[in-house]
Design a protein around this ligand. Sequence first.
Ligand SMILES: Cc1ncc(COP(=O)(O)O)c(C=O)c1O
Length: 420
Amino acid sequence: MRNLPDTAKINKLNHLEIGGCDTVDLAKEFGTPLYVMDEATIRNRCRQYLQAFRKYYPNTAVVFACKSLCTAGILKVVASEGLGFDVSSGGEIYTALKSGVDPKKLNFHGNTKTRAELKMALEASLGRFMVDTVQEIISLDEITNMMSQRAAIMLRVNPGIDAHTHEYIKTGTIDSKFGVPQDEIEEAVNLIRSKKLLTLAGFHAHIGSQIFAAEPFVAETKLLLDLTKRYGTAELNIGGGVGIAYLSSDEPPTIENYAAKIAAVLKDKTNAKLVIEPGRSIVGTAGITLYTVGGIKAIPDVRKYILVDGGLADNPRPILYQARYDAKLANKANDLPTEKVTVGGRFCESGDILIRDIKLPEIAVADVLAVFCTGAYNYSMASNYNRVPRPAMVLVNDGQATLIVKRESYDDLVANDVIL
Ligand SMILES: Cc1ncc(COP(=O)(O)O)c(C=O)c1O
């Protein structure tokens, strides 16, 4: 199934298995909710990106968008596959550096970087500064002079492209807080080029996330190619990668297909280096979340709810974007679906519904529910709403489960409360 990790199977006990590990055993050993990440799927996606782009446009660097999932254990796996990193805060920089990542392989994004973050990035000599506003050029000029340190800039432009995705994850329309508007590009380029310690490496745009159609990516690449030629720059960065199948009926393009279409715009027209920054399509399908069913509530002629021990705090995407998910009972993995239910979370919001109307086998309290495709933008957007500790994360591979993020404790929750 395209919305499950590559290693997913159903074992002899009728349990869902990922990375050679029985997920029912994982729930017992590590507790629930539990994020389970499949190392093989992460590695496969990194390799698919590298191979596809090497085939169609060899001068490509693949950079992992840390915002999708930023833990040291995951970054180490991705780094070992040869990818660079897109970081968008001091915290992501810190995590990447702690993971032993080469600072030159970090691209520092963000529309409002603080001065402290800019200093931190310059001290660490990060590879690229993705500049979002003219104001940021002025700040960088000041800080680079103060520190006698150079900065290589990629200018983020607003491409004015409306990609078909949720309003909140569109970033390339004219009415967007991201990127320098097209009529300010010339001024921004001149400003960068007038500064002693700043160099313009090239242009960047990002049109949004969870996009299936190739056309907006092609249009964006053409625009960046035009800018590359006009200003004689050496690098173009087209932002995030392809969308993924959250439901088995979703049909995203293959990575190979996406690479071929982008390469076709550039081939024989430029020697510039292409940079792509996939996040969701590297880690999204690699992750599942395990929950324990804590209650069942049937409202006659209305709806049957199954209530689980997690929800919007570990997966805010349904409440944020009306995102849809698929799931299985991990302990009844091959049983046929018999009833339509709605999966409700434990948090104090009526909107905390993880999945509306899904067909599942007959459910009992203490069953383990595995929700698919939770590897991207789940842990990284998780909160402590209702003062619930954030779940643990395990990395599974070849029958081994390694704890890579501890479950938070109640002590962690009060650690920053000054008055106790
Ligand atoms: C600048 C930039 N690059 C890359 C990404 C990653 O996008 P995706 O996870 O869809 O590949 C994002 C996500 O929003 C982004 O803002």
